[in-house]
Write a protein that binds this ligand. Sequence first.
Ligand code: BTN
Length: 319
Amino acid sequence: MLQLLRLLQDGQFHSGEALGAVLGVSRAAVWKQLQALEAERGLRIHKVRGRGYRLEVPLMLLDESRLNAGSAHWPVHVLDAVDSTNAEVLRRLQAGQRAPMVVTAEQQTAGRGRRGRRWVSPFAHNLYYSLALRIEGGLRQLEGLSLVAGLALVAALRDAGVEQAALKWPNDVLVAGAKVAGILVEISGDPADACDVVVGIGVNVNMPVDAVSGIDQAWTSVSAQLGRQVDRSALTLSLSGRLAHYFEQYLASGFSSLREEWQACHAWQGAAVRLSAGNQYVDGRVLGVSDSGALRLEVDGVEQQFSGGELSLRLRDDS
Ligand code: BTN
């Protein structure tokens, strides 16, 4: 089906006969695949007698050969649809495939977000990217890693023209208060020793703001910010480049060497916030992050530090 979509992605008309000839199938089989594209992928296809078929909105699918030719960093696998690219990388590691590797997909059917939430992952609009890296020094090496991934992501988004992209601790990316990207880090193996870390990154790239429901917070997309459709393969290449750069510095010199840069990208530096874990919360003012990536809050005049994947940060009304 993806092969058919590649033929249609230019948004031009293609006759059923011509499509069938390239794919080596009958016109009836082409028709069946077109119906499946509409039903399963949510795509709209124009059918005009005598001219053929064309996509209502042209697409640019991820280009696996370009991603591998352009990136000397890690092998990249592009999947059509998968439950979750993080889950897929974890399965591949379990099956003996070695890190480093990147898995991306056009669609996730069970995209995972932080704190057990789902990540809305429609077909061919966004970036669903999971990078597996081998970490030899145990969990201590991982402190700050997810924050460094956020820094790389902000750099890639700013390179793409989203100049207002900024971080929200620990690693959400916001533009003017609306979420444009998120990161979910998962671990495979013994966290006390050598293990693999999976850095899962979701970016709302070309997601139409009016066509998606079920997101329970303010969100935006790269295309909404730039006012044009964005080449997801180019963004993927840039993201890999930025991740490679920042991880190299992080592994050589630790998070402390990137702490200032991280704080300069923090949207809520100095803000009055509420930090929650379940129904417990603490109110404070953001001082920044520690050398290990913990959040530093001033609470009742005293500094306290917080870390952990289940925490969530909100701006306080009085900030
Ligand atoms: C969050 O902000 O809640 C984290 C979202 C992380 C989503 C990405 S999409 C690629 C990777 N695969 C997943 O299932 N989740 C991450």
